[in-house]
Design a protein around this ligand. Structure first.
Ligand code: FAD
Length: 416
């Protein structure tokens, strides 16, 4: 590569960083690409850390985003175990912790998010686990081997996935959730109730409306105390208490930040030569007519492709519909769209199949989101209907005798 070739420096070697580098090459960008990642390993899929990898069902090589050799073939350089500590916008350089300066023509911030640590006495005790990196997952796996009981702080997706993985490994599991119900931030009360019931059937104890006040260690056990004067004991504690975007670098560089690094439709920050993608961003979504910050693989991947298109001079793809999945026991939950603000919800159940259902969320006439448990067809049809933005017959959705695929025929018929 000639010394005069343009340079793109990508800060963060996670989902978004890896995808952006690969997309730049696929789009024919011939400049130099350097990914700086503060983990000592190449990019890997994080979702298995609370699922298959945690249960020992997948090796680390199997969760790599691409085999390491692919990056060399694509002339994508990596600086691993290296941290960008400053962006010098005047000199257009990313400064590493060891003082090295990487000159850039385009800079991409793909710094992800970090686990929120609740201000609880004892949260930093060794043996109270957070889960974000493969390294933390390896440590947790080691601890699971010597534990018969586990306490999970937080009944969000990560907490519940860890609960399911530990139950599958025969551990006694108790989940403590501060809110009056599990999944309060991410799904409706009805869907949360269904998932709560499934965890109960699987033998997980869930306590909602409890605020942990302290964690103490003694005699090989962790004792978790709550403000409601209850006490729980286990050999293992995992905190799944939410995430916050990594924005310090951007803030220090004077970029616009508000609940994430602000980006436009092309994933450009307030500096036209600096892009931001993935968990660390906040972007307007035209379909939902508001600014949103998403923590999911879909968003990381799609924003990476968008930034790569802008850098490589290609048209910007339209903003994608958000989607997310979660695996717990024999449950695959798939969600398309965002249900926040819905004013009506239709549940579709299948007689004789208690673990297969879907929830369809409406705002006025518009279908805005679908969450499907073990029902891939409902998820697929729902996704298409949301994107089409057409009115859908709610009584037909609720009727299990109606083939859900025919909803698409009606829409096509109505619009033709
Ligand atoms: C346990 C777990 C389970 C999950 N399950 C699901 C799921 O089932 N479905 C789903 O859609 N999503 C899931 N997610 C969320 C998903 O993994 C994230 O949305 C996705 O990883 C975001 O990608 P990203 O590249 O923005 O951030 P990340 O993948 O977090 O990568 C950011 C990287 O940047 C590094 N970094 C930060 N600052 C610097 C710096 N200054 N210099 C160098 N490097 C830096 C970070 O250390 C990290 O390696 C899960 C996440 C976790 C933790």
């Amino acid at each position: 590569m000639s010394a005069s070739a343009p340079a793109c420096v990508i800060v963060g070697g996670g989902h978004a960083g890896a995808q952006c580098a690969l997309s730049l090459r696929r789009l024919g960008w011939s400049g130099r690409i350097t990914v700086v990642g503060d983990e000592p390993i190449h990019p890997y899929h994080r979702p298995p850390l609370s699922k298959g990898y945690l249960k020992g069902e997948a090796t680390f090589d199997q969760i790599l985003i691409r085999p390491v050799s692919v990056y060399a073939q694509q002339a994508i350089e990596f600086r691993l175990d290296a941290r960008v500590v400053e962006i010098d916008r005047a000199k257009r350089a990313a400064i590493l912790a060891d003082g090295a300066a990487l000159a850039y023509d385009k800079l991409v911030l793909a710094t992800g998010s970090h686990n929120r640590k609740p201000p609880i006495e004892g949260i930093d005790l060794p043996g109270v686990h957070l889960l974000r990196t493969a390294n933390e997952c390896d440590t947790l796996r080691g601890a699971i081997a010597g534990a018969s009981r586990a306490l999970i702080l937080g009944g969000g997706f990560i907490g519940l996935e860890v609960a399911a993985s530990l139950r599958r490994q025969g551990r006694e599991v108790t989940v403590l959730e501060r809110e009056p119900r599990i999944l309060s931030r991410v799904t409706s009360p009805e869907m949360a109730k269904v998932l709560h019931g499934i965890h109960r059937e699987e033998g997980v104890e869930i306590h909602t409306g409890v605020t942990v006040s302290a964690i103490r260690r003694g005699a090989g056990l962790y004792r978790v105390e709550t403000k409601e004067h209850a006490e729980y004991a286990a050999e293992l504690v995992v905190a799944g208490t939410g995430a916050a975007p990594n924005t310090l670098l951007a803030e220090a560089a004077g970029l616009a930040v508000d609940n994430g690094i602000r980006v436009d439709a092309a994933c450009r920050t307030s500096d036209p030569d600096i892009f931001a993608i993935g968990d660390c961003t906040c972007q307007h979504h035209p379909m939902y007519e508001r600014d949103i910050r998403l923590e999911c693989v879909q968003n990381a991947t799609d924003q990476a492709r968008t930034a790569a298109s802008a850098i490589a001079g290609h048209p910007i793809p339209p903003r994608a519909l958000p989607w997310f999945w979660s695996d717990q026991y024999d449950i695959k939950l798939q969600m398309a769209g965002l249900s926040n603000g819905y004013d009506d919800m239709v549940l579709r159940r299948h007689p004789g199949l208690p673990r297969s259902l879907s929830a369809w969320y409406f705002m006025g006439e518009r279908l805005i989101a679908v969450a499907a448990v073990n029902d891939a067809i409902a998820y697929t049809v729902g996704s298409k209907l949301i994107s089409l933005g057409k009115a859908v017959d709610r009584t037909r959705i609720a009727d299990p005798n109606v083939d859900i695929k025919t909803l698409m025929d009606n829409v096509r018929g109505a619009s033709s």
